[in-house]
Write a protein that binds this ligand. Structure first.
Ligand SMILES: [Zn+2]
Length: 267
């Protein structure tokens, strides 16, 4: 009887069970696990370093933009503070026959103590926070200045920490030789004449702009200013007329702006 008998041919060695198993396993593996088939979910050191490097590059691209955004936000809040201070000036001069704040005392009492006392009736206690610039890194310009300088005023005479200042020329004649009551109508360019600057300072220093901008919390490019017409802006130093020259160096200093009330501070 001629019975059918299957012919069983031996498979070549390459298709033997052990080789097939190796091929299927290799295809199923990720490249990183080729060298370590027993740990398929692990990262290699190189992969980890690549991921860390990518995160570092992305962070490096993002952080300057965030820092710039924060600086701009602080400047905007500072100029908003100055606008509110401008409103208190408007209320004061409106109640004082157009006269700027003046106590009869000279600098530094007038600039650090009497100015805030005269303005105090127009500031509610809760609103005093707008006299402190958000970029301030110290205890307030008036406190830092008083503690660092040997003038006859004491910190306990100051009403509250304050970053903003009142320029001397609003209670002096134009060449600063004598005290004088000044009126709003004497200002020839109210949109360009600064009345109150922000002197927010870095920690442990006071913003002595005469010595440069190293202690200025707003940095080296410009300063926040309130103008007589009530508007405020962050004015770049390039846009300001400096009142003094120290050799070739232009000085936009603590006490004085250009040309008395007849001059213009902004170009
Ligand atoms: Zn400020």
């Amino acid at each position: 009887m001629n019975r059918f008998r299957p012919i069983l041919l031996p498979l070549p060695a390459v298709f033997s069970r052990s080789w097939m198993e190796i091929i299927f396993r290799t295809l199923a593996m990720k490249p990183s696990t080729l060298t370590r088939p027993s740990s398929r979910l692990a990262f290699t050191l190189i992969e980890l370093l690549v991921v860390v490097a990518i995160i570092a590059i992305l962070a490096g691209m993002l952080l300057p933009a965030l820092a710039k955004g924060k600086t701009k936000a602080l400047q905007a809040r500072c100029t908003s503070n100055l606008r509110q201070i401008g409103m208190t000036f408007a209320m004061y001069t409106g109640d004082s026959n157009d006269r700027f704040p003046y106590s009869g005392r000279d600098w530094p009492q007038m600039g650090f103590i009497d100015y805030l006392k005269l303005m105090d009736p127009y500031i509610s206690t809760n609103a005093r926070s707008f006299y402190f610039c958000p970029s301030e890194k110290g205890r307030g310009f008036n406190l830092e200045w008083t503690m660092a300088n040997n003038y006859p005023i004491k910190t306990n005479e100051l009403l509250f920490p304050c970053s903003y200042y009142y320029y001397n020329q609003f209670y002096h004649n134009n060449d600063s030789s004598a005290l004088q009551v000044r009126k709003v109508s004497e200002v020839q360019s109210p949109t360009k004449k600064a009345i109150s600057p922000c002197f927010s300072s870095n920690r442990g220093k006071w913003n002595d702009i005469y010595k440069g901008t190293g202690a200025a919390a707003h940095g080296p490019r410009g300063m926040s200013l309130l103008f007589v017409d009530g508007h405020s802006e962050f004015a770049l130093y390039d846009r300001l007329n400096a009142p003094f020259k120290d050799g070739a160096k232009l000085i936009y200093n603590l006490d004085w702006t250009v040309g008395g009330l007849a001059g213009e501070d902004l170009k």
